[in-house]
Design a protein around this ligand. Structure first.
Ligand SMILES: [Zn+2]
Length: 166
């Protein structure tokens, strides 16, 4: 099986060719948001061009943020698959690292969130609200435990799959 066919619609991409994610996730956006806008689901505030964890002033426009839209629609931007015997024997430690990374990212960036962690084909599938977080998880696992790391990018929908195996 070629690498390209592992994830239909996705092409392998080198780490250094990954483009920086667009500053704004355009998922479900209907043009420019008024400022300030508060997300009624998570409370994040859109202010000065980005989403932050600030409290909303009275009278702020209310509109769901892209991360909450993705969670509600079950439509991830990032997919991280983990596989291999090392995963099986170090699962708790690896998941601890994933959760730690997410809480650090999310504390700074409201749109960086884990969606689900599911068992899949003897390994794990982790879905995220952003491609940045998916890439970060792949990089963090590779940095901590080496193994094989691949990135596959879907240009049409701006989706990223990371596959880590050890
Ligand atoms: Zn939200």
């Amino acid at each position: 099986m070629s690498k390209a066919s592992r994830f239909p619609g996705f092409q392998p991409i080198r780490r250094d060719r990954l483009i920086q994610e667009k500053v704004h996730d355009a998922y479900k956006s209907r043009g420019k948001l008024p400022e300030p806008t508060v997300c009624p689901d998570c409370g994040a505030l859109f202010h000065e061009g980005r989403w932050r964890w600030n409290s909303a002033p009275a009278g702020a426009h209310r509109e769901r943020c892209p991360a909450c839209h993705r969670i509600k629609d079950e439509y991830p931007a990032g997919f991280v698959t983990l596989a291999g015997p090392f995963l099986s024997t170090h699962r708790d430690e690896i998941l601890g690292l994933v959760h730690h990374l997410e809480s650090r990212e999310r504390a700074e960036h409201p749109l960086e969130r884990l969606m689900k962690i599911e068992d899949e084909d003897g390994g794990l599938l982790i879905t995220t609200t952003s491609i940045h977080l998916a890439r970060g998880i792949g990089d963090a696992l590779h940095h901590a435990y080496q193994g094989q790391l691949e990135f596959h990018y879907n240009d049409a929908d701006n989706l990223l799959r990371a596959h880590w195996e050890r």
